[in-house]
Each structure stands twice: as structure tokens, then as C-alpha cells.
Design a binder for this molecule. Structure first.
Ligand SMILES: Cc1cc2nc3c(=O)[nH]c(=O)nc-3n(C[C@H](O)[C@H](O)[C@H](O)COP(=O)(O)O)c2cc1C
Length: 158
């Protein structure tokens, strides 16, 4: 049984791809966060909706989590970079589970369209109080650089 969990949300598949690679590399468990109401597929529609939601700190309902977070000491949290921060479903996950993140190692990762991490690590540090937030990894788009991911994971003290 693994003590490492990879939690992620993905709208168009890039972050899912990265989450799967990390999961395989670490033989970890994986949890996809799914909003109750899917975001629109049309780019402009999702960009506008996300902008509005993020400006309001909106926490959309997400599907129930069928996993006991207490089992894990290390939790990776992955999101697409949306307006330089985490996507709202990940905000919901963190806010609903803040108590389960205390005293854990939390490791952010994201995929992005050129903006890198934006302020995702800072936001995760602010939201996951009393967690130890380790060095994360931001990957451009859908082509995940396996060597770079392996290098990053090998440097983490987990
Ligand atoms: C609503 C929205 C906002 C975005 N904002 C940014 C941004 O601020 N900076 C950036 O580099 N990429 C931005 N992107 C691009 C995504 O971060 C990128 O395509 C990511 O790999 C998508 O991950 P996914 O396939 O897991 O959903 C945005 C995309 C969407 C849909």
C-alpha cells in the first residue's frame, strides 16, 4: 500500500497525463477531482467562466471522494494553470480537506500554456496551512518530459 497520493483536476487532459506519469513512477495512488457540473469545452467559454469564478474564490461542487486521505503522508496536488492559479475544483478539494492536509508533505504540479506555475505554489502554501510544501514541477502543454519529471521526483526527499 502506498503512502503517496496524486490528486489532480484536468480539463483537457494534459494534467491527467502528467498525473498518470507521476503515479506510475512512484507506484502511488491516484485521485481525479471531478466537478459536479463539467466546465464548457469551448475555450472562450471556459476562460471566461474560470476568470469569474477565480475572482470570486468560487468553490464548485465536486464529486464525492472515495478515498481515505488519512492513509497518505505525501499528497501531490495537480492542476492546469488557470489565470496563474489553481483551477476552482482544486480549490474546493483543498478547502474541503484542509484538516487532512495538516502535517503532510504537499507537492504542487501543473501544466500550463506558457505561464509556468504562475503563483500556484504560493497559493497552495497559503491554503495548506501546517503542511510542508515541497518543490513542485510545471510542465508546458501536453508533451510531458519524462526525464525532467524523473529528475524532479528523484530530488524530492519523499
Ligand atoms: C480557463 C483557462 C485559463 C488558462 N490560464 C492560463 C494562464 O494563466 N497561464 C498559462 O500559462 N496557461 C493558461 N491556460 C492554459 C492551460 O494551463 C494549459 O492548456 C493546461 O495544460 C491545460 O491543462 P488540462 O489539459 O489538464 O486542462 C489556461 C487554460 C484555460 C482553459
Amino acid at each position: 500500500m502506498s503512502n503517496t497520493l496524486i490528486v489532480y483536476y484536468s480539463h483537457s487532459g494534459n494534467t491527467r497525463k502528467m498525473a498518470k506519469i507521476i503515479t506510475e513512477q512512484l507506484h502511488a495512488d491516484c485521485l481525479e477531482i471531478i466537478p459536479q457540473k463539467p466546465y464548457p469545452q469551448a475555450y472562450n467559454a471556459v476562460v471566461n467562466q474560470a476568470k469569474h469564478e477565480i475572482s470570486q474564490n468560487y468553490q464548485p461542487d465536486i464529486k464525492d471522494i472515495q478515498i481515505d486521505l488519512n492513509k497518505y503522508s505525501t499528497i501531490f496536488i495537480g492542476s492546469p494553470n488557470w489565470w496563474s492559479t489553481i483551477a476552482p475544483p482544486i480549490l474546493t478539494f483543498i478547502m474541503q480537506n484542509q484538516n487532512h492536509l495538516i502535517n503532510k508533505e504537499v507537492i504542487p504540479f501543473c501544466t500550463h500554456g506558457g505561464g509556468g506555475f504562475g503563483h500556484i505554489p504560493q497559493d497552495i502554501k497559503r491554503l495548506c496551512k501546517n503542511a510542508t510544501v515541497l518543490n513542485g514541477f510545471a510542465n508546458y502543454g501536453s508533451s510531458i518530459n519524462l526525464q525532467e519529471v524523473k529528475k524532479w521526483l528523484s530530488k524530492l526527499d519523499i
